[in-house]
Design a protein around this ligand. Sequence first.
Ligand code: PMP
Length: 363
Amino acid sequence: MIRHFQKERISVKEIKVVRNEQLKTKPDGDSLGFGKYFTDHMLVMDYSAEQGWHEPMIVPYGPITLDPSAMVFHYGQEVFEGMKAYKTADGHVCLFRPDANMHRLNQSSERISIPEVDEELLLEGIIALVREDQDWIPDGAESSLYIRPFIIATEPGLGVRAARQYKLMVIMSPSGSYYPEGIHPVSIFVENQYVRAVRGGTGTAKTAGNYASGIKAQEIAQKQGYSQVLWLDGVEKKYIEEVGSMNVFFKISGEIVTPELSGSILAGITRDSVIRLLQSWGHQVTERKISVEELFEASRAGTLEEAFGTGTAAVISPIGKMKWDTEEITISGGHTGEISKKLYDTITGIQKGVLEDPFGWRK
Ligand code: PMP
């Protein structure tokens, strides 16, 4: 694996800014949706084996030119992150646990043999970019500016090996509320045929291939009227791993359980925040293997009290229905459970600066 460290840290003052002369018209707050519009600027930084990561720059948002043989197109050497900037009630701009995203980006890169970046430098660059485009942060109560850092292998050539040239980019997209009509439960399809990841594979990394391989199952589930797929382990197809692009929690007989980080699950930052919040409220949270059979058994016995997914996009996504094979269960009477609601209100309250931030998550 190639692993090059920055020899001398570049200070944020050295991040060159090339301002966009033609600022775009900002979209209407009601039509934002997710990932449709992009701000006026982006952060770019290149890597070469000789120079390491060098010359971070904020430049006008726009297309880039790549050689058709750029290695990312052929073998998928890519990693990405997803995080958000919020406007607080008093008009300040803040990020939520951005250091955790920087760290996870490097952990993903390590798995895909992409050279690691200076986490502090990248965060400073992202803060500078958000500052540059802060007028793009939507005002709406539950809207935010979605930030997508990613790295691609740009070296031309078809040999299968780690590239020696990369491009890091950070693009930003104003996003509307995930729940324009208030938080509501989703229905889930337990996937029996396809798997998302196996131990020793790339499931713990945020890399494009994991998402490409999940699209087929997602399409099949949606055709049957379910909005997300619940992924089972890749060997026995017995244990619950994740739901769509979210981690998953259940309340069974008063105890909150979530799949342990087994080596094929993405370690969600929302997952970690949820565990810490629940523990601070006095709940017992157990990270362990949970079989889908155990879950359906609990539902039949009336002890499955709540289920919800956790992730940056939706924060908390209550699960109202779940279909496995021929059986469909309803959870919390198909309504949003008490814990899901409290977690959603607390995390969004901390993000928006409406609530105290006891863990120092707002940056
Ligand atoms: N699992 C997968 C596969 C994901 O893509 C995401 C979204 N990043 C998550 C879980 C949730 O992670 P986070 O809470 O950090 O957004």
